[in-house]
Design a protein around this ligand. Structure first.
Ligand code: NAG
Length: 130
């Protein structure tokens, strides 16, 4: 089923991204065979269907804050790479829900105060965050 395939691809990419950023917490796997699956998936002929990869990841920043990334990647033929954008929210950016007369505590991950980052991943596993 298409949905299951997407799920597996998303999970694999999360593992891959986590490995790149925080290699000491997961055993290292070679990027190229893992990436080959994504490149194949996105470059196979598929009439009338737009394919992309959904990606999500969390990172710990400065051992204190959490960043949450969610977005998607597309294949860019001219540069043979997976490019896309992610929206990033951070645990140290807060917001206060409006609860009328009730007291509402401040919440983390302010959803109105996110960053947008561009990500490009090549076949060799080099990741560019812009
Ligand atoms: C994809 O990313 C590469 C590397 O950052 C960049 O040179 C290229 O212009 C990007 N292409 C698109 C269509 O975003």
């Amino acid at each position: 089923m298409a949905t299951n395939k997407w799920y597996i691809i998303s999970i694999q990419l999360i593992i891959f991204v986590l490995n790149k950023v925080n290699g000491q917490t997961l055993s290292t796997v070679s990027c190229q065979p893992v990436l080959k699956n994504y490149f194949d998936y996105l470059t196979q002929p598929h009439y009338n269907v737009v394919r992309y990869l959904s990606i999500q990841a969390t990172f710990i920043l400065e051992n204190r804050y959490v960043a949450y990334y969610a977005g998607s990647l597309n294949y860019v033929k001219s540069v043979d790479s997976l490019n896309g954008t992610v929206t990033v929210s951070f645990s140290d950016r807060t917001w206060t829900p409006s609860c009328g007369l009730l007291f509402c505590p401040v919440q983390n991950f302010g959803y109105k105060n996110t960053d947008t980052q561009t990500i490009a991943i090549n076949r060799l596993g080099a990741i560019q965050f812009i």
